[in-house]
Design a protein. Structure first.
Length: 741
């Protein structure tokens, strides 16, 4: 399936933005009518609506809303969830219908239906219209995605809002529903306005803001490049014969030899080794399991499931080829054994599960729609919501289970902001449910979920079930962790997030991206691998020296690809300088043996020059692969990771300084252009600033109010020893433009 072009992406962005506004307005109107925020039940409600109101209040509390019996409260999270679930259930139904996968649960088995069929069947099925019935069918097909007993689905939007949502879905062209990346853009566009609002507010980023601010759709070429040069390299090393590796003329011939139907390996890179034999540039990954049945992949911030679906489409033909399975058997085996995903935002979990299910149902030869094995995808950001007593009561007074549930509750108390950064066994009252006998716990949760009338118990059981699934994935180790890490500097993080990063990832704490990279390595078994899209700055900035040094000494680096600016084809990523890295968690060996070893070689690819993603993608597949010693990176200043070997000579730091000059903190008050006043008298001083391009004389257009000699300015430097000297001033940005000083 082709990706969306810009025209269709723009249409989708507009529709999703309007849908969020309409859906939230519709949800709020119903919740206000039901008096969910009010202290007492409105007298005009029927008994049925009064029960629904109480269920919604309990559910809102579990989500984190301030809703208490007998007190007025807030329902922001409940409005957001109700809006999202109604819109996406309709959207899922349209996607299913367009692909011929929308199923009527007939007495003899599922029967494909169209949206027109749903309209005809609606009255007989007790649905308000065809859209509602189609949405019901979609929810039944996807129990992992939709909680069919959720009270938000008992809300009925006023007709003007539901009709507006239907119109928006109908307005989307058919190309949208056939695109490979449509769901990823749906997830990002749903958060666009919220992201802009948060960034403008400059608030610290906590659980309410994190999903919107850090969500960024991963480009197709990034996913393919990382998977081709990890899973694809492992496959090629075992598939290509020695004669091919010796006699192949170029990389294209090698890719053709390693490729499978649907797995072209277009980005798989090869280099010649010391014996002039071709070998995968990233290495052979010799410590991975030999059998794909034992291979486990995780994306710990899986978003819309882009890496999961791409890996699924690689692994199915690989298992068909190696194990002689049918397409249907291979699909089931890959879902059961190989693919795992975690995500902070439950909305993205739904999309990832849907994307993976659609990939399974539409895989050639897999026999279309059917019940699938349980998907190993879980939300790691579920709020514990209910009181702790409600959780421990689920154990029916069994002490061991009470302790396990209490541990789960404590360990996940910060889940909405920490998500996959939670490290099992390091917080709370113990390891939680991962240390308990799941066979004993599961029936208790199912019993609680089937109980009628006890809404608190049901919500607690649902949250406990979700978190236990997440806990089991958090506690495992994996062969390959492939992801696009979230970006968020330490200065923008909430106190809860900042303290957690300091406590468990101290030398990576400068940015959420490096913290996640560190967490990804901990997910790996020894000798197993992380393939990640990350910011570029951590490879060279001084603040990450300790982190880089540890990784260079303890782990094996395979591949670094610099993308620079413009790697993401989205305004949301403006100014993001990205890189892709592939490294493995190595066995612990002495520092001396690492620093003296010449065996570990890093492959470097530089695709930073072009400005457009498509040109960067082309360079990743064709440009020269530089090869440098990992050990020698430790000899670079601050252990910076670079494709260039350190040359002999004096370092620039011996003849230059890099510090902030005058920083007024209020330029509108303290600075002027020299032509704005009649004469530069003793109260004003000439001021040299930065330049945007290299010029002989630049940055000299301003003057500064120096009557108080910088008093009140954050960085006045009144005794700057460089005043009056000669030199070159370099602006510390982008291409380092310079001018005479």
């Amino acid at each position: 399936m082709p990706p969306l072009n810009k025209y269709h992406r723009n249409k989708l962005e507009s529709a999703v933005a309007k849908a969020r506004d309409k859906a939230e307005a519709g949800a709020k109107s119903v919740l206000v009518y039901l008096g969910v925020e009010e202290a007492y039940t409105p007298t005009y409600l029927s008994e049925k609506h009064s029960r629904l109101r109480q269920r919604l209040i309990v559910h809102g509390r579990q989500l984190g809303d301030a809703l208490k019996d007998g007190e007025s409260g807030t329902m922001d999270r409940l409005v957001e969830e109700s809006a999202y679930e109604h819109w996406h259930r309709m959207l899922f139904a349209r996607f299913l219908a367009e692909s011929g996968m929308l199923m009527y649960p007939g007495p003899s088995g599922p029967v494909p239906v169209t949206l027109g069929d749903c309209a005809d069947l609606a009255a007989g099925e007790g649905a308000a219209d065809g859209w509602e019935l189609a949405a019901r069918f979609a929810a039944r097909m996807l129990p992992k995605i939709f909680r069919v007993d959720s009270p938000v689905f008992d809300i009925v939007f006023p007709s003007e809002y539901s009709q507006d949502l239907e119109t928006l879905i109908i307005s989307l062209p058919p190309e949208t529903y056939a695109a490979s990346d449509a769901w990823g853009w749906c997830a990002q566009y749903w958060q666009s306005s919220r992201k802009a609002e948060i960034n403008a507010s400059e608030v610290k980023i906590g659980e309410r803001e994190l999903p919107a601010v850090t969500q960024l759709f991963t480009e197709e070429f990034m996913v393919s490049f990382l998977l081709d040069n990890s899973l694809g390299a492992w496959w090629a090393a075992r598939r290509l014969q020695a004669t091919v590796l010796a006699e192949a003329l170029d990389e294209a011939e090698l890719r053709r030899g390693a490729a499978l139907p649907g797995v072209p390996l277009d980005y798989l890179r090869f280099v010649r080794d010391g014996d002039f034999l071709w070998t995968p540039a990233a290495g052979k990954f010799g410590r991975w399991p030999e059998s794909l049945a034992d291979f486990r992949l995780l994306d710990p911030c899986c978003g819309s499931g882009h890496f999961l679906v791409a890996a699924f489409r690689m692994l199915v033909p690989m298992r068909i080829a190696t194990e002689g399975l049918t397409a249907r058997e291979a699909v089931d085996a890959v879902l059961r054994d190989n693919i795992h995903g975690l995500e902070l935002d439950r909305r993205c979990v739904e999309i990832a599960a849907f994307s993976l299910a659609m990939a399974a149902w539409t895989y050639p030869g897999a026999e279309g729609y059917r019940e699938l094995p349980e998907l190993n995808i879980a939300c790691s950001g579920i709020s514990v919501g209910a009181k702790k007593e409600a959780w421990t009561a689920l154990a029916d007074r069994a002490p061991a289970l009470e302790e396990a549930l209490a541990g789960l509750y404590d360990s996940f108390s910060g889940a909405p902001v920490l998500g996959s950064l939670i490290v099992p066994g390091t917080g709370g009252n113990g390891a939680g449910l991962w240390a308990a006998d799941w066979a004993k716990v599961k029936p208790l949760l199912e019993k609680a979920l089937s109980a009628e009338g006890d809404y608190e118990r049901t919500e607690a059981a649902m949250a406990a079930k979700g978190l236990s699934e997440a806990a089991s994935l958090l506690d495992r180790t994996y062969t390959l962790v492939a992801t696009n890490v979230p970006y968020l500097s330490g200065g923008k993080q909430s106190e809860t997030l900042k303290k957690h990063c300091q406590a468990y990832f101290s030398d990576a704490k400068g940015d959420l991206a490096t913290v996640f990279l560190d967490r990804c390595l901990r997910f790996c078994s020894e000798g197993c691998t992380v393939a990640a899209v990350t910011p570029q700055n951590w490879l060279s900035l001084t603040s990450y020296t300790k982190f880089r040094t540890r990784l260079l000494r303890e782990d094996a680096w395979h591949l670094v690809a610099r993308l620079g600016e413009g790697g993401f084809d989205s305004p949301a990523a403006a100014g993001a300088f990205a890189a892709m890295v592939c490294l493995s968690r190595a066995a612990h060996i002495s520092e001396e043996s690492v620093t003296s070893s010449e065996e570990r070689i890093i492959s470097f690819i530089d695709a930073s020059e072009p400005k457009e993603p498509e040109h960067k993608a082309e360079l990743l597949a064709t440009s020269e692969v530089a090869r440098v010693s990992q050990a020698r990176q430790l000899d670079n200043p601050d252990a910076r990771v670079s494709a260039e070997e350190l040359m002999a000579g004096e370092l620039l730091e011996t003849m230059a300084i890099a510090n902030q000059g005058i920083k007024t903190g209020d330029d509108l008050r303290s600075k002027r252009y020299f032509w704005e006043i009649e004469a530069v008298d003793s109260g004003w001083q000439l001021y040299q600033g930065t330049v945007n391009s290299r010029v002989h004389y630049g940055g000299r257009e301003s003057i500064i109010d120096w009557r108080k000699r910088g008093a009140g300015m954050p960085c006045p430097r009144p005794n700057n020893e460089n005043i009056g000297t000669l030199g070159v001033a370099v602006s510390e940005m982008r291409l380092l433009p310079s001018t005479l000083y």
